[in-house]
Design a binder for this molecule. Structure first.
Ligand code: PEP
Ligand code: MN
Length: 341
């Protein structure tokens, strides 16, 4: 249930609404930073729904009360009609301009990361991605450089000015990763690690939440809700391909997810063509499709020497391929009435 206040309703009227909500045993959550106050009622309202809704509707300053029947509330489009715009460094994600993020799957060395970071920057990428803690299927595969990788990411940020996106694998690592990351990436395998999501909800940093390989979009929005319920509303929803019967590509890009999520939620939607497709040669086409379908951002794996990459080399773009894709994305963005940040 959300309560939409009248434009310019004074603080005292908002406080009255909050008091009624809390007296009924629910939590009130005020949408920060919008002109018209919207207050969400958190908790299971089910049986008394109509009665409480009528009581709230009769209070001074209340314009209307909307019952949100979806299991996700704060991430729902019904909570706020305005698109959420997330600011990282000087970059806005979720506004009119499409944002390109690029970088290696894993941080491997100083040379590899700095070379990639400069290439991403020069090509028009606005955020640098790179994993220091890697979720690998085999425990014998390269697991990432850990803290050393985070330090290298900080150095690359220093050198290029690009904010960094890096994966947080385990709640245990949160204090360490928080020292370095500008955006926390929650990997596909952790989309349902609810404890991790809750802890990220208590930080003040944006979260790039990747869709689980077998997760429904409604489940993804409830995962976002875990992050948002304690106040961190800076969540980006990332489609990264799902498991289907077809094994022609690594995963199957659910391009449908983009317009569906944009309609169901106010949060920015990002497409990761690299993990969706898994093969360098088909990635540019799917990246272009993502922008055409309405994605707010595209995240791509880039490596100066993909054949020697320690992870995901087969889906990494060389810097010149990345640069070409960025040019194509600019053209597609223009064709659908958007720009490239
Ligand atoms: C990655 O971004 O390198 C990664 C491991 O992605 P995902 O969690 O989507 O598999
Ligand atoms: Mn990867």
């Amino acid at each position: 249930m959300v309560i939409i206040m009248q434009q310019g309703a004074p603080r005292a009227q908002v406080d009255d609404v909050v008091a009624v909500i809390e007296r009924e045993g629910f939590r009130a959550f005020e949408n920060p930073g919008v002109e018209r106050k919207v207050i969400a009622v958190l908790g299971v309202v089910d049986s008394q729904k109509m009665e409480i809704s009528h009581r709230l509707e009769s209070l001074d300053g209340v314009e209307r009360v909307t019952i949100i029947s979806e299991p996700y509330k704060l991430s729902s489009r019904n909570y706020t009609a305005d698109n959420t715009v997330i600011r990282v460094g000087g970059v806005e994600i979720g506004g009119n301009d499409v944002v390109v993020m690029g970088g290696p799957c894993s941080v491997e060395s100083r040379e590899q990361l700095l070379e990639t970071a400069h290439a991403v920057k020069n090509a028009g990428g606005r955020l640098l991605r790179g994993g220091a803690f890697k979720p690998r299927t085999s425990p014998y595969s390269f697991q990432g450089l850990g803290e050393e990788g985070l330090k290298l990411l900080a150095e690359a940020r220093e050198a290029t000015g690009l904010p960094i996106v890096t994966e947080i694998l385990d709640p245990f690592d949160l204090p360490l990763v928080a020292e370095y990351a500008d955006v926390f990436q929650v990997g596909a395998r952790n989309m349902s690690n609810f404890r991790l999501l809750e802890l990220l909800g208590r930080t003040d940093k944006p979260v790039l939440l990747k869709r689980g390989p077998c997760a429904k979009l409604r489940e993804m929005l409830q995962a976002a809700e875990y992050i948002m319920k304690d106040g961190n509303h800076q969540v980006m929803l990332c489609e990264r391909g799902i498991v289907t019967f077809d094994d022609a590509t690594r995963n199957t890009t659910d391009i449908n997810a983009i317009p569906v999520l944009k309609q169901w939620s106010h949060l920015p939607v990002i497409l990761d063509p690299s993990h969706s497709v898994g093969y360098t040669r088909w990635i540019p086409a799917i990246a272009r499709a993502g922008v055409a379908a309405g994605a707010d951002g595209i995240i791509l794996e880039v490596h100066p020497n993909p054949s020697r990459a320690l992870s995901d080399g087969g889906q990494s773009l060389r810097p010149e391929q990345f640069s070409k894709v960025v040019g194509e994305l600019r053209a597609v963005a223009g064709a659908v009435g958007r720009g490239l940040a």
